[in-house]
Design a protein around this ligand. Structure first.
Ligand code: 0X9
Ligand code: ZN
Length: 505
């Protein structure tokens, strides 16, 4: 496999060309570059045809990665962990891409031993394959029930973007232990509670760690919408239910075999609903939502669903974004800033748009971390780069938090634009404390059985062999002969108090 950097002339048939490459040549779009070019991975049996086609169309291009397999093998080898060693040292987050079980171990270690902050560890809810989704809440030590604004950070919506979970774990490490005696850490905890979800798509993340042939997996691992093993998963960052669309014009797709499959409807997937539930719970308290991705070095704000939609307070978001990119610049890294549909491309159903449009978070951002688009590594950034990425980005995250804080002070001195709270602070706090103590919040949420919440419609007799199942108001087309799907439905049936599942089907 090779990665080609293709320079699309103007806006001409940009989409057509990519759609053609994806459908006819099974090309995989890795990412957009700031100068309007696109990185596309093409397989060995297609690369000659593709290059010939580009030449006849006079589309300029260059080979960016000659041999993806070699890079993959090196990358996987560098990140291989000694199997016998059980304990994960805290500082390993600066040197390695941890596997999911190691991330769980790391988080437990943080909770037990944090020196600089109070840390609680909870689960956002189950994934499609039934995994819990760990997240931490980091608060100033002994701060009792003071009601700070929250900054929510997630990573790993896309499985293959490993630098993002690594960055999230390092933010946790720095806030909870302050390993470099950074005098500003205390201030960050004084200003905000930090709620960090290092891996929002655990099923996909685990799969991307399985071997070099699965390393570039992007989506979740839903088996519900197709029987073809190559067509599993939903692009979780197309599945959020704000201005959701599965049309290619809005960056989505209705074909389960594509890498940007939007799912059958907004919030059809447990992973996106897990984050929605958190954002909804924290409604009115969340100062900022930050979603970490890679790669390309972009700092993006809404709207992402449509390039013609303009956000009304763009200057506020742009100012915070500029503080971030200025701080990166001081570390010799160039970040491009802007609204995502304009800077990158329209992509409806992403988490930032929901955070802003659905959950009312003023400062909602997507960060495409390093490397840049001119790097030869893309998603396969070697693990020994983690520490410099972290060292360079930490000042920028701090600058961002400071900028948001300053903006909030300006706003609250101007009563007209002060944020509205949906309920009293105390109510929200009580609710949150309950959730933090739950091992799995979805269990608590479902404790009152509601007869409309779980319905099975049809009996597998559809021509596609799928059965319509409605869970909690969302309808899924499920392949119930698949054992993983079955266990997942079983999980929800238990949750909603149904004991005898399959007689009715
Ligand atoms: O396409 C995406 O989901 C993100 N880029 S990535 O290369 N990591 O896949 C960008 C999402 C930007 N936000 C919105 N379009 N709303
Ligand atoms: Zn991504």
């Amino acid at each position: 496999f090779q990665v080609l950097e293709i320079h699309l002339n103007a806006s001409e048939s940009r989409k057509d060309l990519l759609t053609y490459l994806e459908s006819k040549h099974q090309a995989d779009v890795w990412g957009w570059t700031s100068h309007g070019a696109v990185d596309v991975m093409v397989g060995p049996t297609h690369v000659d045809d593709v290059i010939r086609m580009l030449k006849t169309k006079q589309v300029s291009h260059r080979t960016k990665i000659e041999d993806v397999q070699r890079l993959l093998d090196e990358h996987v080898a560098e990140n291989r962990h000694p199997r016998h060693r059980r304990a994960v040292s805290l500082s390993s987050v600066t040197r390695r891409y941890l596997r999911l079980p190691q991330i769980r171990q790391f988080l437990q270690n943080v909770r037990a031993n944090a020196t600089q902050a109070d840390v609680t560890l909870s689960s956002l809810g189950r994934t499609f394959q039934g995994r819990t989704t760990p997240y931490v809440r980091i608060r100033q030590k002994n701060s009792g029930d003071t009601n700070r604004s929250v900054i929510i950070v997630d990573a790993g919506i896309h499985a293959r973007e490993w630098i993002a979970p690594a960055m999230a774990l390092n933010i946790i490490h720095r806030l909870a232990f302050n390993p470099n005696d950074d005098p500003e850490v205390e201030d960050l905890l004084e200003k905000f509670d930090w709620l960090i979800i290092p891996v929002l798509n655990p099923d996909g993340y685990v799969y991307s760690h399985a071997n070099s042939s699965t390393r570039l997996w992007r989506k979740t691992r839903t088996t519900a919408y197709s029987r073809d093993p190559y067509c599993l998963g939903v692009d979780a960052n197309r599945n959020f239910g704000y201005e959701w669309s599965d049309s290619p014009e809005h960056g989505g797709n209705s074909n389960p075999c594509t890498d940007n499959y939007s799912g059958p409807s907004g919030f059809s997937e447990p992973e996106t609903r897990n984050l929605k539930a958190l954002l909804d719970r924290e409604r009115g308290r969340t100062a900022a939502y930050l979603s970490l991705h890679s790669y390309g070095q972009f700092f993006l704000y809404p709207w992402g669903y449509d390039a013609s939609a303009r956000i009304d307070d763009e200057s506020d978001l742009a100012e915070v974004a500029r503080q971030f990119s200025d701080a990166m610049w001081r570390r010799n890294r160039w970040y491009e800033v802007g609204s995502s549909a304009k800077v990158l491309y329209a992509a409806a159903g992403a988490s930032d748009d929901y955070a802003r449009g659905g959950a009312g978070v003023k400062y909602a951002f997507t960060v495409e971390l390093s490397p840049t688009d001119s790097s030869p590594h893309g998603f396969l950034l070697p693990a020994h780069h983690i520490s410099s990425v972290v060292a360079d980005h930490w000042p920028a995250f701090k600058a961002m938090a400071r900028a948001i804080w300053n903006k909030m002070q300006d706003d609250s001195s101007n009563a007209d634009s002060a944020p509205e709270f949906s309920s009293t602070q105390d109510e929200i706090e009580d609710e949150q404390l309950q959730h933090d103590q739950e091992d799995d919040p979805t269990r608590a949420a479902a404790s009152g059985r509601n007869d409309n919440s779980f319905r099975v419609v049809g009996s597998g007799a559809f021509s596609n062999g799928l059965t319509s199942v409605t869970i909690d108001g969302h309808t899924y087309q499920l392949n119930l002969s698949d054992p993983v799907t079955l266990s997942w439905v079983q999980y929800y049936m238990d949750l909603f108090g149904y004991e005898r599942p399959w007689d009715t089907l």
